[in-house]
Design a protein around this ligand. Structure first.
Ligand SMILES: [Zn+2]
Length: 151
């Protein structure tokens, strides 16, 4: 898959290495394109209904677009009208959570456990069995179809 989200070779990107990354934003800024940098490192939000994975239901795995960490399986994706790709379950090994009160009300921010990049938010109005709705930015995700190799 073409890594056109990167301005140059990303030495931290790996689908197998789970080592925690602690990379300053000054360095990420030289690696990530501006759209990914804004969402992943500045907690930006892509415009609704614009993301490539919003209306998308191919079978495969979703990885962190910044570092390659595994985040979601397509089985947990569901069709939501919110305008962003939505999942009812995340890979517990791949994600972590923080309280976010940035807009004056409380939300739960979802971050990549490996590189601390912002992915989106999780809400309690999702479908069964979890009741969760992981509302993600397509920009933060990299999809690998089951038919592709996972190296
Ligand atoms: Zn990551």
């Amino acid at each position: 898959m073409a890594n056109n989200q990167f301005l140059k070779e990303n030495p931290y990107y790996s689908k197998t290495d789970k080592t925690k990354l602690d990379i300053p934003n000054t360095e990420w800024k030289t690696i990530l394109n501006s759209e990914l940098y804004n969402v992943a490192r500045e907690a930006g939000t892509e415009r609704p209904h614009t993301g490539v994975y919003n209306n998308f239901d191919d079978l495969g795995e979703y990885y962190c677009a910044v570092c390659g960490n595994h985040l979601f399986r397509s089985d947990a994706k569901f069709s939501s009208s919110c305008g962003w790709p939505s999942f009812f379950e995340a890979d517990a090994e791949g994600t972590k959570y923080e309280r976010d009160t940035a807009f004056g009300w409380e939300r739960v921010e979802v971050l990549c456990k490996r590189c601390d990049s912002h992915l989106g938010h999780v809400f309690d109005d999702g479908p069964k069995p979890t009741g969760k709705r992981y509302c993600m930015n397509s920009v933060s995700l990299e999809f690998v179809a089951d038919t592709e190799s996972k190296d």
